[in-house]
Design a protein around this ligand. Structure first.
Ligand code: SF4
Length: 324
């Protein structure tokens, strides 16, 4: 630094481990990329493949066309279903139209679908803990006939929900399932309430919150302890990213903010901050995280540390249609 350069204020930057992409997101993005490579553009994608606007924009530039519903796709082009899963009626309509479809549903979401079917076949009514309208919840509820699943969004819902009666008037046995990207602590509270009312329900450790959500929430709890500010890189419609902000605040961070990228950082958040923690939701690409770190480096004299954390080794196979 020469004599005329402004002296930058020192700041500690702590990076959470793990952060960013999970195996399900990585697989879903690869499915769209490989489909474009194999079949040429355009490849249609029903719903945002993963909830990240940068990922969606990059795939659009490669030839992906994002639509809300299958009837917006022509019969003769491939269509990819998003990582969040789809109601059964969607692949059924694609098959009826003899469309080539590739299912990018995360295998951990598919596991919840299979479990839900198993409970239904055994005559159990399912209480699904999740957020109304989230595509994963829509997809899971759409695995079974209407009325087979009741959505429970909060402790208040858990206090109110009633056990349905079967056709012969007998009380139906219950089971539960959860959205994969919920807050572990909120879900534990809801399950405690349900279990107190319906003791037959299995123990709460059997929820379906996935490894990636669990690891990122555990890591942000450690990060938040000792950080004045936590920045979570992720899009506002990404459930697991929004949960990371909530978990950071509850774990003691003085402030926590969600940013899609460096351009969304409001530098007034840094007033009085000596340690900033950085993490990212499961659908946020690493270059965006590095962009935030670089932007901090342009304004502050940064001392970086990487928090130790769980090393993830999970990978999921691509559909056979793309590997043969
Ligand atoms: Fe799969 Fe979990 Fe990633 Fe969702 S957050 S895509 S369930 S691994």
């Amino acid at each position: 630094m020469n004599a005329l350069s402004p002296i930058r204020r020192p700041i500690n930057v702590r990076l959470a481990t793990p952060r960013g992409f999970c195996a399900g997101v990585d697989r879903a993005i690869q499915i769209v990329e490989r489909a474009i490579e194999k079949f040429g553009a355009p490849v249609y994608v029903r719903h945002e493949i993963v909830h990240n606007k940068h990922v969606v924009e990059r795939l659009k530039s490669m030839g992906a066309v994002f639509v809300q519903e299958l009837d917006e796709c022509p019969d003769d082009r491939p269509v990819v279903f998003s990582a969040h899963g789809v109601p059964k009626s969607v692949p059924a309509s694609a098959s009826a139209r003899q469309m080539l479809y590739l299912d990018a549903t995360c295998p951990l979401v598919s596991k919840v679908h299979v479990e839900a079917e198993r409970h239904h076949a055994a005559g159990r009514h399912i209480l699904l803990i999740g957020h109304a309208g989230h595509p994963e919840v829509v997809g899971t509820m759409g695995q079974l006939p209407e009325g087979a699943i009741t959505l429970v969004e909060s402790v208040e819902d858990a206090e109110r929900v009633q056990r349905p009666l079967s056709e012969d008037g007998a009380e139906q046995p219950l089971a539960y399932a959860t959205q994969t990207t919920l807050s572990m602590d909120d879900t534990a509270e809801i399950l405690k309430t349900l279990k107190a009312r319906f003791p037959e329900l299995p123990d709460p450790h059997k929820e379906d919150i996935c490894y990636a959500t669990t690891n990122r929430q555990e890591a942000v709890k450690v990060l938040a302890d000792g950080c004045d500010l936590v920045l979570v890189v992720g899009s506002p419609n990404s459930s697991n990213s929004v949960r990371l902000v909530e978990v950071a605040l509850r774990a003691g961070a003085r402030d926590a903010r969600l940013v899609d990228d460096a351009s969304q950082v409001d530098w007034s958040w840094f007033d009085g901050v000596s340690t900033v923690g950085i993490t990212a939701g499961a659908s946020a690409p690493e270059p965006l995280i590095q962009g935030v770190i670089a932007a901090i480096g342009e304004r502050f004299d940064v001392t970086m540390t990487n928090d130790p954390g769980e090393r993830e080794t999970v990978t999921f196979k691509l559909p056979r249609a793309l590997t043969t």
